[in-house]
Design a protein around this ligand. Structure first.
Ligand code: GTP
Length: 210
């Protein structure tokens, strides 16, 4: 059967337990919201195909458990991630403060070129807000990340967040390919020059010793 997509990217959701990672993923992949909280055990994943710049991009999104006791398992998934969404809950200040710890783990275990964004979820719960939008923006700036506030409940900014991190991964891949082609061009130019220099036509005629 013909492949149904052009590229496959691996994304990871990271953040404290209860910030809404599973709900965000379900909202994005299935368009549904379930208000019950069943903590993820270890990791789980869902797939979705989206179209960006005419390319069919298949995203494999890994939903990690926020609970400390699963960290040894979840860290094993950082290594293969190309994009990461850091999630905190705007009604839960500690979940925002812990982003620093999640980011430092990513520094340690994920590839250097991993693309990251920051998302403050549960933006529908304005009345219980503990983290201002400005605080979120500033933290994102500190890490050089783009920032969204989302709600898995109303679906506000859910697709936008997943699509944006996928776009960033795609752009990074294109840059890598262009860099590679640039190096290959340079290499070929140098090889042609060498070849021309080494060619007998370019040497002065040798005097015969005989
Ligand atoms: N009001 C509101 N509640 C939300 C939202 N997203 C998630 N929740 C609720 O928050 C609770 C936790 O959501 P989960 O998606 O299970 O959280 P999680 O981050 O996956 O948690 P772990 O699997 O333990 O890491 C659930 O009761 C959800 O209904 C949201 O955008 N708005």
């Amino acid at each position: 059967m013909a492949k149904q997509y052009d590229v496959l990217f691996r994304l990871l959701l990271l953040g404290d337990s209860g910030v809404g990672k599973t709900c965000m993923l379900r909202r994005f992949t299935e368009g549904e919201f379930d208000p019950s909280h069943i903590s993820t055990i270890g990791v789980d994943f869902k797939m979705k195909t989206i179209e960006i710049d005419g390319l069919k991009v298949r995203v494999q999104i890994w939903d990690t458990a926020g609970q400390e006791r699963y960290q040894t398992i979840t860290k094993q998934y950082y290594r293969r991630a190309q994009g990461i969404i850091f999630v905190y809950d705007i009604t839960n200040m500690p979940s925002f403060q812990h982003i620093a710890k999640w980011a430092s783990d990513v520094d340690e275990y994920a590839p250097d070129d991993v693309q990251t964004i920051l998302v403050g979820n549960k933006a529908d719960e304005e009345f219980s807000r503990q983290v201002t939008k400005d605080q979120g923006k500033k933290l994102a700036e500190t890490y050089g990340m783009e920032f969204f506030e989302s709600s898995a409940s109303t679906s506000n900014n859910i697709s936008e967040s997943f699509i944006r991190v996928t776009e960033l991964v795609l752009q990074a891949q294109k840059r890598d390919v262009n860099d590679l082609l640039g190096s290959l061009d340079n290499y070929l130019d140098r090889a042609v020059l060498q070849e021309e220099k080494g060619s007998p036509d370019n040497h002065a005629p040798r005097t015969c010793a005989c």
